[in-house]
Design a protein around this ligand. Structure first.
Ligand code: OGA
Ligand code: NI
Length: 340
């Protein structure tokens, strides 16, 4: 196999005039005709609204109806969002060798660069994407392994990670309230190990044949996504139809993941989503994944099981480390194994 720096889609996409066969999806997985679906959009939640109980109710409704929403008035400055996007684009625009070098400091390989999906060899067909992944726990202990180039990368992304931590906790607190969980239930070890995924989707000669990211549910509690203002790509599956997410100015897209689905005993269901490519411009997105510590036990919260109507647990309990390992090897097929 070639070296990773040569395998990155961003290293070769501009010398290919057609989609290499290893990137051509089978007909049933292709994007289909890329028309935006029927004007439907995901809900918008105003986090700046005065009454927290109303905000909590709005989030819960959005989670139940779509599993996806955009947040506005979220407290993260426009300038920081812009600078983060710029530095992430600059990172992916560097030569492949530099990118690889900047992502090779972590002896445990948790700060890393990969192409296609995280487990390249598992995929029969590859995805049109390169990704940089960076753990960013509140201790910031991994920052020493982060890229040093572009020169302001650590400073900007470090500040961004801290702001996203605050925003993540704010949303989790609102979810605790909406779901009737005790205060702090989601905000301790269950959300202790956030990770940033900096995705880059180069232009593709024929977007009708490829995907940037396969249909999936996220393997976390929630994901907070920063997108470029005028570049679409993210699609959410709703009632059998793909809905395009049009980024609102200064907003984030939030979605619930499989872990919150388990914890809520199925009251909330993570929505399936995917990323399509386009032929004109590249697209960069920055996904903040709220992950638990490895030792955390993932299981339905007692309030959803022993309540008045004594519902049985729909999901079995497991350590997050086990869930993560299984997800890495099996991807979405893990969903069939989550039940008792
Ligand atoms: C993800 C994801 C969407 C995007 O990282 O899981 O769905 O637009 N990303 O990059
Ligand atoms: Ni996702």
């Amino acid at each position: 196999m070639a070296n990773l720096d040569e395998m990155l889609v961003s290293s070769w996409f501009n010398v290919e005039s057609s989609v290499p066969s290893s990137y051509v999806q089978p007909p049933e997985s292709r994007p289909g005709n890329l028309i935006p679906a029927s004007g439907k959009t995901i809900p918008v939640v105003d986090l700046g609204a005065h009454d927290p109980a109303v905000v909590a109710a709005n989030i819960l409704k959005a989670c139940k109806d779509f599993g996806f929403f955009q947040v506005i008035n979220h407290g993260v400055s426009e300038e920081l969002m812009k600078n983060t996007m710029t530095v992430c684009k600059e990172f992916h625009a560097m030569p492949g060798k530099d990118k690889l070098e900047e992502c090779s400091r972590d002896p445990n390989g948790r700060c890393k660069l990969y192409t296609s999906s995280e487990n390249y060899t598992k995929d029969a067909i590859q995805y049109w994407k390169d990704t940089l992944t960076l753990p960013c726990p509140p201790s910031m202990e991994y920052t020493q392994y982060w890229p040093r180039k572009p020169s302001n990368y650590r400073e900007v992304v470090g500040e961004y990670a801290q702001e996203l931590r605050k925003l993540g906790l704010k949303i989790l607190e609102l979810l605790e309230e909406g779901l009737g969980l005790s205060r702090g239930y989601l905000c301790g070890e269950l959300s202790e190990n956030p990770t940033l995924l900096v995705h880059h989707y180069p232009p593709c000669p024929d977007p009708s044949l490829t995907l940037g990211l396969a249909k999936h549910r996220d393997p976390d509690l929630i994901t907070i996504l920063l997108q470029e203002q005028h570049v679409n790509g993210l699609q959410v599956l709703k009632d059998g139809q793909w809905i395009q997410v049009d980024p609102l100015p200064n907003s984030f897209v939030v979605n619930i993941g499989l872990l919150l689905q388990i914890i809520s005993n199925g009251r909330l269901v993570g929505a399936e989503h995917r990323v399509v490519t386009n032929s004109k411009t590249s697209r960069t997105s920055v996904a903040y994944f709220v992950y638990p510590s490895n030792e955390s036990i993932i299981e339905p919260a007692k309030v959803f099981i022993n309540g008045g109507n004594s519902t049985a647990p729909t999901y079995r309990s497991m350590e997050f480390a086990e869930f993560r390992r299984n997800f890495f090897y099996k991807g979405s097929r893990i969903e069939a194994e989550l039940h008792p």
